[in-house]
Ligand binder design. Structure first.
Ligand code: NAD
Ligand code: GLY
Length: 367
């Protein structure tokens, strides 16, 4: 749906038949979590999985809301950071779920950013062959992207998100007020995923983001709600058409193929995900220019918007052979060729197929 700048409803539905669920976007939404879980038909014990940072800020509010709605609650913590999105953390969560007696009549609440959401979602997908889960995303990135659509998983030392499952949440509850405690670096990183939707899917949304840079950076709650709702709506529309990424859903990975490679090579701690995606989008736009899909002016507009939000655009120095092997391990690689998402102008995607070597060259990364 093209963006018209006004969205009045704060509840969206991801329509996936029996796996359909609501996304609620509101200021102060945490207070209604317990009731919303009841409305979503969730029963039993709520196992809240978070990390010490987010739990310290919002754990009490979440527990109180769930308890008020009559749930018994257990709290499980994983360490904070992408470097802990791995099998060691996952196994510790399984131990904690077992110790807490979390059974098939229980559900998981993922409280945190994309790392907690992905890991807790995968724990829910696999614990006792799957128990329901709720996403309560607290970073902008998680609110506009990772909490919606059911991609859950962990990293492998050789590549990001190589282990995982498509497993839809039963509810996504977004409290925009949680962004007030998020540091600026991670706030900006979330904007990268917002820009992604504008460049790859929705020209009018790109225009809106461009016109609202100051209000977004000032964290105007009304503007934040608009960009979160539109991002979730665009993502939901794609997921509804292609839940398991047999084709179309790959467009949501605009900027991610090379971004993931930089993120992996930086050891999951040099660049945060959104920053790596920002650099990946600049390269994707360069590939698009080289393929004749996008003009130099459109490329400059995209790059300039990324720069305005203080996101990085310079490709880090990496060994080319290492970079090639990480790109080749991308999940969208088949028989040595990668399906790479380009932008056709601004607001439309195009899929091209190239070897990693060709992609680096098209992106201007000379041998
Ligand atoms: P993150 O989860 O590491 O959160 C960033 C930091 O902010 C962490 O230190 C966290 O503890 C802290 N934090 C979270 N909420 C806070 C709040 N309200 N106030 C203060 N601090 C807060 O990083 P992220 O950018 O949210 O997520 C990145 C991850 O998301 C990556 O692993 C990426 O692969 C994944 N991802 C998944 C999907 C998907 O579809 N599943 C999509 C995009 C990204
Ligand atoms: N973030 C990409 C996807 O959910 O498909």
């Amino acid at each position: 749906m093209p963006f018209e700048g006004t969205i009045s409803v704060n509840v969206l539905t991801v329509n996936l038949g029996d796996s359909s669920y609501n996304i609620i976007v509101e200021r102060g939404a945490l207070a209604s979590l317990g009731q919303q879980c009841r409305d979503a038909g969730l029963k039993g014990t709520a196992a809240v999985i978070s990390n010490p940072t987010v739990s310290g800020l919002y754990g009490a509010a979440v527990v109180s809301s769930l308890a008020s709605a009559g749930y018994s609650v257990v709290q499980i913590e994983m360490p904070d950071g992408e470097e802990y999105k791995n099998s060691t953390t996952l196994n510790k969560i399984y131990d904690d779920l077992l110790d807490a007696g979390v059974d098939r009549s229980s559900f998981v609440v993922a409280l945190g950013g994309g790392v907690v959401g992905d890991v807790a979602g995968y724990a829910a997908a696999t614990w006792l062959r799957g128990i329901p889960f709720v996403q309560v995303p607290t970073t902008l990135l998680a609110q506009v992207d990772s909490s919606v659509g059911g991609k859950t998983g962990i990293d492998h030392p050789k590549g990001k998100n190589l282990i995982g499952a498509f497993y839809q949440p039963r509810l996504v509850l977004i409290d925009v007020d949680t962004l007030t405690t998020l540091d600026r670096r991670h706030f900006r990183a979330g904007i990268a995923e917002v820009i992604k939707y504008g460049v790859a899917i929705d020209h009018a949304f790109f225009d809106f983001i461009e016109a609202s840079t100051a209000a977004i950076m000032a964290m105007d709650p009304d503007v934040l709600i608009k960009i979160i709702l539109q991002s979730c709506q665009l993502k939901a529309q794609v997921v509804e058409l292609d839940e398991k990424e047999s084709g179309l859903r790959a467009i949501l990975n605009y900027g991610h193929t090379l971004g993931h490679a930089f993120e992996s090579l930086s050891g999951y701690c040099g660049l945060v995900h959104g920053e790596a995606v920002a650099i990946g989008m600049v390269l994707a736009a360069r590939v698009s220019v080289a393929k004749g899909l996008c003009t130099q002016e459109e490329y400059s507009r995209i790059r300039s918007l990324i720069v305005q939000f203080g996101l990085p655009v310079t490709v880090p120095q990496f060994n080319r052979q290492e970079l090639l092997s990480v790109v080749a391990a991308d999940k969208k690689s088949k028989g040595g060729t990668i399906t790479f998402i380009c932008n056709s102008g601004i607001g439309m995607y195009a899929m091209v197929h190239h070897t990693p070597e060709e992609l680096l060259t098209l992106g201007g990364l000379e041998a």
